[in-house]
Design a protein around this ligand. Structure first.
Ligand SMILES: [Zn+2]
Length: 163
């Protein structure tokens, strides 16, 4: 029996007691009525508490959805931006991504770190040593670049000593 139906029953009992004008039954009805009102107050408090909890959970869920939408937008923007680049092996054998628009053109191409791309991060590789290497500023080191050394080290032939 719910608290409300118990209260209704107590009210009906009180009406009967009033109709009979019986003081004993009226006092009994008054006690039952008071007890039922306390139960109703408790039930209302619990309902209010549960409602507040649900509202807080709803707000947290809405925040999470907004956070995930923002994350998804970032991923979509990154993917759209990455369509402008293609996998590329540099002239000296390094692996990176190069912009499609400038690849092979007279202007220097833009190179991106393949390791950073794998982590959904766009990092421009910087030419070093006159283009002999491309450097990632995010800690992935350098890869062989695009311009061979102008003054290559001479090849030294080592021969076994003759006995
Ligand atoms: Zn990197």
């Amino acid at each position: 029996m719910t608290a409300f139906s118990a209260l209704k029953q107590a009210v009906d009992f009180t009406k009967v007691a009033i109709g009979l004008r019986d003081d004993v039954k009226l006092n009994e009805a008054k006690a039952v009525l008071t007890e039922r009102l306390v139960e109703i107050s408790h039930a209302a408090f619990e309902l209010h508490y549960a409602n507040n909890t649900l509202l807080q959970e709803k707000r947290a869920a809405e925040d999470l959805v907004e956070e995930l939408r923002a994350e998804l937008r970032k991923i979509e923007e990154f993917q759209a931006d990455m369509t402008r680049y293609e996998p590329h092996h540099t002239r000296l054998g390094g692996f990176c991504f190069r912009d499609k628009a400038q690849g092979g053109a007279a202007d220097p191409a833009i190179y991106l770190c393949a390791n950073c791309m794998n982590r959904h991060k766009k990092t421009y590789l910087q030419l070093q040593d006159g283009g002999q290497s491309l450097h990632c500023s995010e800690g992935h080191g350098s890869i062989p670049g695009v311009i061979p050394p102008s003054n290559p080290k001479p090849f030294i032939e080592v021969t076994a000593p003759t006995v």
